[in-house]
Ligand binder design. Structure first.
Ligand code: MG
Length: 218
């Protein structure tokens, strides 16, 4: 069973559902030739997609185009349905940095045919996750530098202030559709600069105040 582990405590949560936002940074929507959404674009990954710091992402045999997407991850600490925006932060337990690894060739094909993204986004090892920190360690989650390096070279660099939907807006919207539960994760979308990685590459994702996540590509 996948667990959320914490850097500063022995606390562990079993991972529940993983709700991901697409197109939550305008510059990324633009690079994907997609419109900036009026409501959050949501998709799910299974908890079996989680791997931790020091693990590998395994490219499935049926894909030849694996992309990195570095994202802030919100760890849900309290269950709720139809959570009002002004109460949303009470449901946040902490933060982590994650990678929404994406089979871009499979996703492009699915988009073309109007099919779901589950395979492109939810395959085994598609959700590397750092140790989390409790929210008390993060002064302002809407002002954190976020960076991804591949083999030591910066590929993605932005700040969570550039997110289109705030954490409060995401939680209010998501919980109007899916009841949120303790241990659920929200992958909050990636900034611009997504691109391909190949077997042997080393990825290092960093979120200010939260920490670093290192994974290899296999
Ligand atoms: Mg993403």
């Amino acid at each position: 069973m996948a667990l959320v582990q914490f850097r500063h405590s022995d606390k562990k949560f079993p991972v529940g559902k993983i709700v991901c936002l697409g197109r939550n940074y305008a510059a990324h929507a633009k690079e994907m030739n997609a419109e900036t959404p009026e409501a959050p674009v949501l998709f799910l990954k299974p908890s079996t997609a989680i791997v931790h710091d020091g693990s590998s992402v395994v490219i499935p045999r049926f894909s030849s185009e694996l992309h990195h997407e570095v994202e802030m991850v919100v760890v849900v600490g309290k269950s709720g349905t139809r959570i009002p925006k002004h109460e949303a932060m009470e449901y946040v337990y902490g933060y982590a940095v994650g990678l929404d690894m994406t089979l871009r060739d499979v996703q492009s094909e699915a988009k073309k045919k109007g099919l779901p993204w589950s395979v492109a986004k939810g395959f085994d090892t598609s959700a590397p996750l750092s140790d989390a920190v409790e929210k008390e360690h993060v002064t302002n989650p809407h002002n954190l530098d976020i960076t991804l390096k591949v083999n030591g070279v910066v590929r993605q660099h932005s700040n969570t202030r550039n997110m289109i939907f705030s954490i409060e807006e995401m939680i209010a919207y998501i919980s109007s559709i899916f009841t949120l539960e303790v241990g659920d994760l929200i992958f909050t979308g990636t900034p611009e600069g997504v691109g391909g990685v190949v077997s042997g590459d080393q990825l290092e994702a960093e979120l200010e105040s939260v920490g670093i996540l290192r994974v290899g590509i296999q």
